[in-house]
Design a protein around this ligand. Structure first.
Ligand code: SF4
Length: 371
């Protein structure tokens, strides 16, 4: 049984065999942390897959439920001494479950809307690419529909640097969600549509608004979909670009006199981009007078909010993950939470009031303080 696309089944088996009795990344396992269930841990997921492969279990409602409870945010791989690609093995396993028509009903419903609209967040077709330029900005569906303030603020910040990017992927998912759910063909179609827009834009730099977008273009397309990101295009997170311009003096911000204690919340997928943690903190320290707090689960050990596929397949777990981030922030003493990723912001904001916290987008905050 060799897959014609995506991760070869031998690699899935190798990974699963390595993970099934290993507890070495358990300390960082976010879903086990919020559910207290060992089955919902990296080794728990691997053991269930290995048991199905050995014929000891079948893909029935219980086992499928377990596999669709995995978060796919990258902590296991980021903390694995041998870099086992467990999230990729789980995504490949889900693709097999989808083919067997045994995935949860919601997965097939999502497939339909992703094919029709390119997003589960609006019943609207994605925008079309207009014009050409040196720089493109990937908007995606989360910024467009979940936190639209980020679209205008990021574009205004770039304009202040004399950069007028071609907007691509406006209202279209980057393909991560489809890939994560095991919808391989749909993920490929979404990826190809965005890369075609990138080609039409003639851009040689692609800027993205979140580490999730960066991971998807930089790693997921190649590893999970067998699609190569163009080698002549430089991929950068907007936070990195702004921080480097701040350092070079090309951009500056007015300090606020607001002494509200704040914390930067590392977004879902932040652990997948290990060099990105300093830039947003550097930008915030340029506008706040030294009142930063830090969450316990931060930077290389950041947990996700419920913005992955779990918000559809296991909304109860997604809610627990978001609540745990907010509780972590509340304990840190912060009153104001700031993040850059639109999906993370939407989740935090949906429950922040219960924790007596305020949520703001990094890009809007920076634009407001632009000198
Ligand atoms: S990802 Fe690595 S550390 Fe985690 S269970 Fe697998 S082998 Fe162990």
């Amino acid at each position: 049984m060799i897959r014609k696309d995506g991760m070869p089944i031998e690699s899935v088996i190798d990974t699963i065999e390595n993970c099934r009795y290993c507890l070495m990344c358990r300390h960082i396992a976010s879903v086990e942390y919020v559910t207290h269930k060992e089955t919902l841990s990296p080794h728990g997921w691997a053991l269930v897959i290995a048991s199905v492969q050995r014929g000891l279990l079948d893909w029935d409602q219980d086992t499928v439920d377990v596999i669709y409870s995995a978060p796919d945010h990258g902590n296991s791989r980021a903390h694995c001494a041998t870099q086992q690609p467990l999230p990729e093995a789980i995504a490949a396993t889900r693709a097999e479950i989808v083919k067997l028509q045994r995935a949860p009903t919601v997965v097939y419903e999502l497939d339909k809307v992703l094919r029709e609209y390119g997003t589960p967040f609006a019943e609207r077709k994605p925008g079309v690419v207009a014009g050409e330029g040196e720089v493109a900005l990937f908007i995606g569906d989360e910024a467009q529909y979940l936190w639209p303030k980020a679209v205008k603020a990021s574009s205004d910040l770039l304009a202040s640097l004399g950069i007028h990017p071609v907007m691509i992927g406006v209202g279209r998912s980057n393909g991560y969600l489809a890939s994560s759910l095991g919808l391989l063909d749909t993920a490929k179609k979404l990826a190809e549509a965005t890369l075609e827009e990138l080609r039409l834009s003639s851009a040689k730099r692609l800027l993205v608004l979140s580490p999730g977008d960066y991971f998807t273009f930089n790693q997921l397309y190649d590893e999970r979909l067998g699609i190569e990101f163009p080698g002549d295009v430089e991929l950068l997170e907007l936070t990195t670009v702004l921080a480097s311009n701040l350092e070079g003096g090309e951009i500056s911000f007015k300090k606020t006199s607001d002494t509200t204690s704040y914390a930067y919340v590392d977004p879902t997928h932040a652990v997948r981009v290990p060099d990105r943690h300093a830039a947003p903190r550097q930008l915030l320290s340029a506008i706040f007078p030294g009142n930063a707090h830090e969450l316990f689960w931060r930077q290389e050990r950041a947990h996700p909010v419920g913005s992955t596929g779990l918000q559809f397949t296991k909304p109860d777990i997604a809610e627990k993950l978001t609540a745990a981030r907010l509780e972590d922030a509340r304990r840190s003493g912060a009153k104001l939470l700031i993040s850059d990723d639109p999906g993370t912001l939407k989740q935090l904001d949906s429950m922040a009031e219960k924790f007596d916290l305020q949520v703001k987008g990094l890009y809007e905050l920076l634009f407001d303080r632009l000198e």
